[in-house]
Design a protein around this ligand. Structure first.
Ligand SMILES: N[C@@H](CCC[C@H](N)C(=O)O)C(=O)O
Length: 266
């Protein structure tokens, strides 16, 4: 049995496991522990390394065992755990997508509101030729991990005659993205408010995504003239983004809640 912490951010749930317990079996552990019917269940596992110089580093493994550069929501879940268990209200967490500085804005017992510096996003328009569907116009956005953002104007986020989950899967696994990609379907509700759905790489449809919030907001600000302070609502809740200019770091504020701590068999 190994100790774990479970936390979620707008329903996007993560397990936090100490890196020292992984013994190079990260992928296997993630697949096993994320299984919803036979283990604790989660969208991913954040392996937390505590380095000798006092710094922290996170390795994120998706539910399917693939390694991602980072997670916005997962990073915030770890920051919430460090704030709760060790009183760290400001902490920088290294990731393969770059360092992410997290600040606790407010907290009540196990519920936290955290602002994270999410790096400087990169965005460019891209069209993907999907078999049986045709050209799908969107935006390629990198916020430390890869995203493809599609603007829609349908109430149910469907696009090109397909449910967003079905088109999301086709694009996630499209050969134009050899490492696969996260896919967001974005509706502009007002200059300062977007709604989106996410088909997450390594997971499938999820209720929220921190990097997905940033990617959707990046595309909406850069390509749809949205406000540089933007609210982004997914099925699991709303997060806020601030991106003053394209050269600035994007800042993301959202909730994270610790659910439980326990021990799980491997
Ligand atoms: N599955 C993603 C990483 C996780 C994203 C996460 N939900 C978030 O909050 O950012 C990937 O493979 O890039």
């Amino acid at each position: 049995m190994i100790p774990f912490v479970k936390a979620h951010a707008c329903g996007n749930d993560f397990l936090v496991v100490e890196e020292t317990l992984a013994h190079d079996k990260h992928a296997e552990i993630a697949r096993k522990l994320c299984a919803r019917n036979t283990s604790v269940g989660a969208d991913g596992v954040e392996f937390l390394e505590r380095r000798d110089d006092g710094s922290y580093f996170l390795r994120l493994f998706n539910a399917d065992g693939s390694e991602a550069e980072l997670s916005g929501n997962g990073t915030r879940c770890v920051a919430a755990w460090l704030a709760y268990s060790e009183g760290l209200k400001q902490v920088t967490l290294g990731t393969h997508g770059g360092p992410r500085a997290c600040t606790t804005v407010s907290c009540e017992d196990t519920s936290f509101l955290i602002e994270t510096g999410m790096g400087v996003p990169q965005v460019h328009p891209q069209a993907v030729q999907v078999e049986g569907v045709g050209a799908v116009e969107g935006a390629n956005v990198n916020v430390g991990n890869p995203h493809f953002v599609i603007f829609v104007d349908t109430d149910d986020f469907s696009s090109h005659g397909l449910a967003w989950q079905a088109l999301g899967e086709k694009i996630c696994f499209h050969p134009d993205f050899p490492k696969q990609t996260n896919v967001e379907f974005v509706r502009v509700l007002a200059p300062g408010h977007i709604a989106f759905r996410i088909y997450e790489r390594g997971v499938g449809p999820t209720t929220s995504s921190g990097t997905g919030t940033c990617a959707s907001s990046t595309a909406a600000i850069a390509l749809r003239d949205c406000s540089t302070t933007l609210e982004a609502t997914a099925e699991g809740g709303t997060q806020r983004v601030i991106w003053p200019t394209p050269a600035d770091e994007m800042r993301l504020t959202g909730p994270a809640e610790i659910i439980c701590v326990g021990k799980v068999s491997l």
